[in-house]
Design a protein around this ligand. Structure first.
Ligand SMILES: Cc1cc2nc3c(=O)[nH]c(=O)nc-3n(C[C@H](O)[C@H](O)[C@H](O)COP(=O)(O)O)c2cc1C
Length: 190
């Protein structure tokens, strides 16, 4: 069982990073092989809508997204973590998501499995926002659910924390890190 963590925050050691690390620890405690990718460290440009991927489901832009395609294909579980930025996912996360258009092309144009095989994959979404709005996570949820659906990844759940703003403030949230560890265990065990 391979679990791929995708860190979407520009803030290293920030709130979503801390939650993601706990999820990955929980997954590892269940015996999973875990790997975390930090999007902010990568060299990736946004989708250029060239439609080149319609030919063979392969993106012609040769940057670090090519590594992410391979990691997504290998993973059984995907954990995507993003802070709320202007009511949506971070730009780092959105660039990666839009580059999954090549995987959309595999599925809907070429009629092949978007991640190369039909093994059951599951995904977990982690988000943190500074405000306490009722609909704070709705836009991010719509985006991530659309991504998982296109990639044939079953949406297994989420960890959503509003009202957490300062770097590391999630540590003061009662039970959040424990909840994340348990979610990582459950993701692998289920
Ligand atoms: C560019 C930017 C935009 C943000 N937009 C929002 C927002 O729309 N709503 C919100 O609740 N918090 C917003 N925040 C606050 C972050 O979501 C919050 O600080 C969060 O804890 C950051 O998580 P991180 O430490 O994992 O980066 C924004 C922060 C930045 C830097």
């Amino acid at each position: 069982m391979r679990v791929l963590g995708i860190a979407g925050s520009p803030r290293r050691g920030g709130n979503t990073d801390l939650l993601l690390a706990e999820v990955m620890k929980g997954a590892a405690a269940e015996g999973a092989e875990v790997k975390t990718i930090v999007l902010n460290d990568l060299d990736m440009i946004p989708c250029q809508h060239c439609d080149a991927c319609f030919e063979a489901g392969v993106c012609k832009i040769k940057d670090d997204m090519q590594m992410i395609y391979r990691e997504l294909e290998k993973a059984d579980r995907i954990v995507l973590a993003s802070p709320v930025h202007f009511m949506g996912v971070s730009a780092q996360a959105k660039i990666m998501i839009d580059r999954c258009q090549a995987l959309w092309a595999r599925k809907y144009i070429l009629k092949v499995p978007p991640l190369g095989d039909r093994r059951p994959r599951k995904g977990l979404f982690i988000a943190v926002g500074g405000m306490k709005l009722a609909n704070l996570f709705e836009p991010s949820l719509a985006i991530v659910k659309a991504l998982f659906k296109v990639l044939d990844i079953e949406y297994s759940g989420d960890l959503l924390f509003p009202g957490v703003d300062q770097k590391g403030a999630i540590k003061n949230h009662p039970g959040a890190l424990k909840q994340a560890f348990l979610a990582g265990q459950k993701l692998v065990a289920e």
